[in-house]
Design a protein around this ligand. Structure first.
Ligand SMILES: [Zn+2]
Length: 408
C-alpha cells in the first residue's frame, strides 16, 4: 500500500483548473459523496495540495498549480458574500451548498489563514443528520449505557465529558442533550463555535472580544430561568465554580473538560481550585472518551494473539468477566481491501470510561485522593476503564487489540 508521500509524488500536477466555478462545485460534491468531514487546500512551495479528511485520515485528492489559489479563494468568497480583498488576516465564513444528489442544502464553514505561501483554506462540512442521529448508542457498551441513562434521569447534577483533542466532544454533548425535549425544558447553550442549530434550544456563541465569556454568560443565565445548561468547555476556576454552583441550585449542567481519564477530570477540577465539598455534592457522572479505529468488516481475519499480549488482555478482563469466557475469546485483525478505501479501516469509534459519583468517591474527593487511587477504587466499584472497554470491543470484533493497547 502506498503512503501519502508516495501518492503525492505519483500524482501529476494540474497546470490550471478547467473552470473555477466547476472546480469548487466538484470539490464540494466529491467531499460529500465520500462523506469527508473537511476539505483542506494547502499552498506549498510549488503547488496546491488538496486533501480530504475522510474516515479520520487524510486522503490526497488533487495537486494543482499554485496560481489557482487566488481564483479559488475568490470564488469561495463570492459564494459566501464576504470581502474579497482581505487576505492578510484569518477569516471565517459560511457557504450554503446545494447538494443535488440528496436534495438538500449543506452548510460549509470556511476558514482561511495566511501562511508563508498564501492563504490556507480549511472547509468543514456540517452535516447535522450525520452527526446527531446516525450514531447508534454512541458505541457505549450495554452496562455503561445503562449507567449513563440512569444518571441522566436524576437531573440537576453536573456531568462532564472528558475529551482529549479530536474525540468529537460535541457529538456526545448533543447526544446527551437529545435525551431532553426542548419544549419541556428551558435549554441554553454557550458554544465555541455554534455548529449545529437545534430547534427551541437557546444557543449562544462565545465572544471574548466583547467580554462575552463562559463566566459572564453563566452569571446572566441564572436570571433566564434555565433548566439545562450546556457549557462548551471548562477552562478556568471561575467557569468551574459557576458551573458547580448552577448544578447545586438544581440545574442540569453539561460540560466538557480537557483531560485523559474520568478520575483525571476530578483531579483537574480540584487543581483548578474548586472547593472539594462543593464538587463532591455537585458532580453526578464523568464520561471520558477516546477514539480508536474501527475494524473493516469486509476484510477482518482471525488473529493469532502472541502470548505476552494475551497476558495483558487477560489481566485486564479477568476482573470484569467470567474467566472461562475470557479464555475462549477470539480476536481479529485487518487485511487490506477495496472497501477500506486505502485507509485500512472504515471508520472510528469511541471507547469510554463512565465514572458515577457514589459515597466512596465523594469521600475521596474531600480528602483529595490521587487520580491513581481514585481509579483503583473506582474499578472495585465496577467502573470499566477505557482500556478494558477497548478490549471488550476488540473481543466484539469492533476494533483490534493493537488499537486498544495504544491507549495505555
Ligand atoms: Zn477492508
Amino acid at each position: 500500500m502506498l503512503d501519502n508521500r508516495e501518492i503525492l509524488e505519483k500524482t501529476e500536477m494540474k497546470r490550471t483548473v478547467w473552470d473555477v466555478v466547476d472546480y469548487v462545485n466538484w470539490l464540494f460534491s466529491k467531499a460529500l459523496d465520500r462523506n469527508a468531514s473537511d476539505i483542506h487546500i494547502e499552498p506549498t512551495e510549488h503547488f496546491l495540495l488538496v486533501r480530504f479528511r475522510q474516515d479520520w485520515d487524510f486522503v490526497i485528492v488533487d495537486k494543482i498549480d499554485k496560481d489557482n489559489i487566488s481564483p479559488i479563494i475568490t470564488r469561495l468568497k463570492v459564494l459566501s458574500r464576504v470581502k474579497i480583498d482581505e487576505n492578510k488576516k484569518p477569516q471565517d465564513w459560511k457557504i450554503i451548498y446545494n447538494y443535488e444528489k440528496e436534495w438538500k442544502n449543506i452548510d460549509i464553514r470556511v476558514s482561511t489563514l495566511p501562511t508563508s505561501y498564501w492563504e490556507k483554506v480549511v472547509m468543514r462540512i456540517l452535516k447535522p443528520d450525520a452527526t446527531l442521529t446516525s450514531i447508534d448508542k454512541l458505541w457505549f457498551i450495554d452496562s455503561n449505557l445503562e449507567k449513563v441513562r440512569e444518571a441522566l434521569k436524576s437531573s440537576y447534577w453536573i456531568i462532564l465529558v472528558a475529551w482529549p483533542t479530536w474525540s468529537w466532544k460535541s457529538t456526545t454533548l448533543f447526544w446527551v442533550l437529545k435525551n431532553y425535549n426542548p419544549l419541556e425544558y428551558n435549554i441554553s447553550t454557550l458554544e465555541d463555535p455554534v455548529e449545529y442549530q437545534i430547534d427551541y434550544v437557546n444557543q449562544s456563541q462565545v465572544r471574548p472580544d466583547i467580554w462575552f465569556t463562559f463566566a459572564t454568560w453563566l452569571r446572566s443565565l441564572v436570571r433566564q430561568d434555565p433548566d439545562i445548561i450546556m457549557v462548551w468547555e471548562i477552562r478556568d476556576k471561575e467557569t468551574a465554580t459557576l458551573s458547580v454552583e448552577a448544578a447545586l441550585t438544581w440545574h442540569l449542567v453539561l460540560s466538557t473538560i480537557h483531560t485523559n481519564s474520568a478520575t483525571a477530570t476530578v483531579q483537574r477540577l480540584i487543581n483548578m481550585g474548586v472547593e472539594t465539598f462543593l464538587l463532591s455534592s455537585a458532580m453526578r457522572m464523568v464520561i471520558s472518551q477516546r477514539l480508536v479505529k474501527k475494524i473493516c468488516t469486509h476484510c477482518k481475519k482471525e488473529k493469532v494473539v502472541p502470548e505476552h499480549i494475551l497476558k495483558i488482555v487477560k489481566e485486564q478482563l479477568y476482573p470484569i468477566m467470567d474467566k472461562s469466557e475470557v479464555d475462549s475469546l477470539v480476536f481479529y485483525e485487518w487485511e487490506w481491501c477495496e472497501k477500506c478505501n486505502n485507509t485500512w479501516y472504515k471508520w472510528r469509534m469511541w471507547v469510554h470510561e463512565v465514572l458515577i459519583m457514589e459515597p466512596y468517591m465523594e469521600e475521596m474527593i474531600i480528602r483529595e485522593a490521587s487520580a491513581n487511587e481514585m481509579t483503583e477504587e473506582a474499578k472495585k466499584h465496577w467502573m470499566i476503564t477505557i482500556l478494558q472497554d477497548a478490549l471488550i470491543k476488540s473481543a466484539l470484533w469492533e476494533t483490534t487489540i493493537e488499537e486498544s493497547l495504544k491507549l495505555i
